[in-house]
Design a protein around this ligand. Structure first.
Ligand SMILES: NC(=O)c1ccc[n+]([C@@H]2O[C@H](COP(=O)([O-])OP(=O)(O)OC[C@H]3O[C@@H](n4cnc5c(N)ncnc54)[C@H](O)[C@@H]3O)[C@@H](O)[C@H]2O)c1
Length: 378
């Protein structure tokens, strides 16, 4: 078991346990639980029957806690669950169960359950304690780290949210065994993105791998990669939880990626996974970075994304699904991107790379270069 102490110099510092066996973890976790009158485990119902979920739930059920009651609540995964309606329903259920302020909420699932329960824990009786057990690669490497919580409104994603750190996080890598290849690779895109932002061992490690090694999900390799990528995310979020300075760099590829994602209706099945949209976004960013800073990094990053089966071009099927021509899509994507995360004087704050390991915020209101960057995706 590897333990990373998140934000060691802060009052909200907490342990992140990375492991593939629960034997050593069992005592560690028990120490946290005894402080609470109730521990509520919110479990993604899709993964409920999986062996790894069963192992985690059995660990919690096996504790013989005298003054702490453990309660389990199932929740549907998927973006429709990330809503105020679910929050209202859960609050009513918690009240019926007499769950008070001195309780611990634990999310067990992907990014949706983590964001939803993170949000609920920060507002239920003005805040109860939180822990995360992320179950897919995206949530392990990204959404469970950094303290962002949110729910969607009917027309906009992550509209309502808070910042809240957990008291512990468990990265149980055996969850990855049941994860489809496409989700492993889409989650890996976020790892690849963060590796470009800071000098360290991660990019070199990634360069020594290929798609087959990642989808084989060997425990030691995944633990090593996750430990590295989590420490990168902690670096960029430390002392900047509300994204005023270095945390902004984590948005590399996101302005373009979000535009691609946001054309997918909130209620329907997504065409591009978040990580796949980020992969496309990275291509647009690298094109602009090379153009503005006279570097030549796009082909090496493109090759790296291709090595892991990630998209580097928009597929014709996406155009068909949206019933748009290439020109119409370019116009729409540019419009959406121009509205993304506005900086001072309503200009776009774009994360680019002066070079690999050297992120920079480029402020612009030039619609034309944004459109050119999207054009690189065709
Ligand atoms: N808080 C943050 O910083 C942050 C960062 C990135 C994304 N997000 C949010 O994360 C959400 C997306 O997360 P997501 O893609 O994990 O969505 P999700 O939680 O809906 O999970 C996607 C699918 O994976 C399944 N799944 C989970 N674990 C599995 C496993 N071990 N084996 C097989 N299937 C498994 C889920 O049941 C679900 O069907 C979005 O709402 C996004 O806004 C938040």
């Amino acid at each position: 078991m590897n333990i990373i102490q998140a934000y060691p110099n802060n009052s909200y510092s907490y342990p992140i346990y990375i492991c593939s066996e629960l034997e050593y973890l069992k005592c560690e976790v028990q120490k946290h639980l005894t402080k609470f009158s109730k521990v509520v485990l919110f479990v993604d119902s899709y993964i409920e029957e999986f062996k790894s979920t069963d192992e985690i739930l059995s660990m919690f059920k096996s504790y013989n806690l005298q003054d702490t009651e453990v309660i389990i609540r199932r929740l549907k995964p998927g973006k429709q669950s990330k809503s105020l309606q679910t929050i209202e329903k859960l609050a009513q259920w918690l009240l019926k169960k007499n769950v008070q302020r001195d309780s611990l909420f634990i999310s067990l699932g992907g990014g949706v359950i983590g964001d939803l329960i993170g949000f609920l824990s920060s507002i239920y009786f003005r805040g109860v304690s939180l822990a995360h057990i992320p179950s897919n690669l995206l949530s392990m490497t990204d959404s469970a780290i950094g303290g962002k919580t949110a729910v969607n409104t009917s027309c906009h994603v992550n509209t309502l949210g808070t910042y809240k750190h957990p008291i512990f996080t468990i990265i149980f890598t055996r969850f990855l065994e049941s994860l489809p290849e496409r989700d492993i690779l889409a989650g890996f895109a976020e790892i690849l993105k963060v590796s470009l932002l800071k000098k360290g061992d991660l990019l070199e490690k990634i360069r020594s791998l290929d798609k087959e090694k990642i989808i084989a999900k060997k425990t030691t390799l995944m633990e090593e990669i996750l430990s590295l990528s989590i420490s990168y995310k902690l670096h960029f979020t430390e002392n900047d939880i509300s994204e005023k300075n270095k945390r902004l760099f984590l948005n590399l590829g996101h302005t373009f990626g979000h535009a691609i994602e946001s054309l997918q209706d909130l209620k329907t099945e997504e065409y591009y996974r978040h990580g796949e949209a980020v992969s496309l976004g990275l291509i647009s960013c690298l094109y602009l970075s090379d153009k503005l800073y006279h570097t030549k990094n796009i082909s090496s990053v493109r090759n790296l994304l291709k090595t892991f089966g990630l998209p580097t071009k928009i597929q014709n099927d996406y155009l068909k699904k949206l019933k748009l021509s290439k020109e119409e899509l370019l116009k729409k994507l540019t419009e959406i991107a121009m509205k993304d995360k506005k900086g001072k004087k309503n200009r776009l704050n774009l994360v680019l790379l002066k070079d690999i390991y050297s992120p920079v915020i480029y402020i612009t209101d030039d619609q034309k270069i944004i459109e050119q960057a999207f054009e690189k995706l065709f």
